[in-house]
Ligand binder design. Structure first.
Ligand code: CUA
Length: 190
């Protein structure tokens, strides 16, 4: 050992580094394993809602719904949830609820009128196959699966028209799958 080459690491130093990095790899492996296991056990899917607490939500359980039984759910009347006088109903979270159904190369309703500046919780399900649901020009983008309800809350800031398109290939009519959101300026209270 001359001591003239301080950068050179000896055998024992190298072994220490090797052991440390092996430890890091083991920790990462365990974290990955636990994460995968936890998501499998909890059955976590992104953006699945558990209904809105309305009494008629009985048939929507933890973000699941029977595609053959939509008539018993709010999906039977696609669009904003309205009261008897035709006014949108504000829920306990201070948002409006809208139900949309994807299937047969359409969305229902084909036109949804929403007020600007009010959070709207969109509940979307599919009747047949997997569809996409993307609000063009935004990061609102979810996958719609039969039997599942995707719930997402969106605040439309500016009056105007926006489009929902299907961005997952679902069959011959895929390219026609589009719906319009007409964002209306808040009405003045008299
Ligand atoms: Cu529905 Cu593509």
């Amino acid at each position: 050992m001359s001591g003239t080459d301080p950068v050179r690491l000896d055998h024992h130093t190298l072994e220490r580094y090797e052991t440390a990095w092996l430890g890091v790899a083991v920790v990462l492996t365990i974290l990955l394993f636990v994460g995968v296991l936890a998501s499998l056990i909890s059955g976590t899917y992104p953006l699945l809602g558990s209904g809105t607490g309305h009494a008629h939500d009985a048939a929507i359980v933890k973000g699941h719904v029977d595609p053959a039984q939509l008539a018993a759910t709010p999906f039977a009347k696609p669009g904003l949830v309205m009261d008897d006088s035709g006014k949108p109903v504000m829920n306990a979270q201070g948002t409006l609820d809208a139900y949309l159904v994807a299937g047969g190369f359409t969305y229902q309703p084909s036109v949804l009128r929403v007020p600007a500046g009010v959070p709207v919780t969109l509940h979307v399900t599919a009747t047949d196959v997997v569809h996409g649901f993307q609000l063009t020009g935004t990061n609102v983008n979810v996958e719609i699966l039969p039997g599942h309800v995707a719930s997402l809350t969106v605040t439309f800031r500016h009056p105007g028209e926006q489009h929902i398109i299907c961005n997952e290939y679902c069959g011959v009519g895929h390219h026609n799958m589009i719906t319009r959101f007409i964002v209306e300026a808040p009405t003045e209270t008299p």
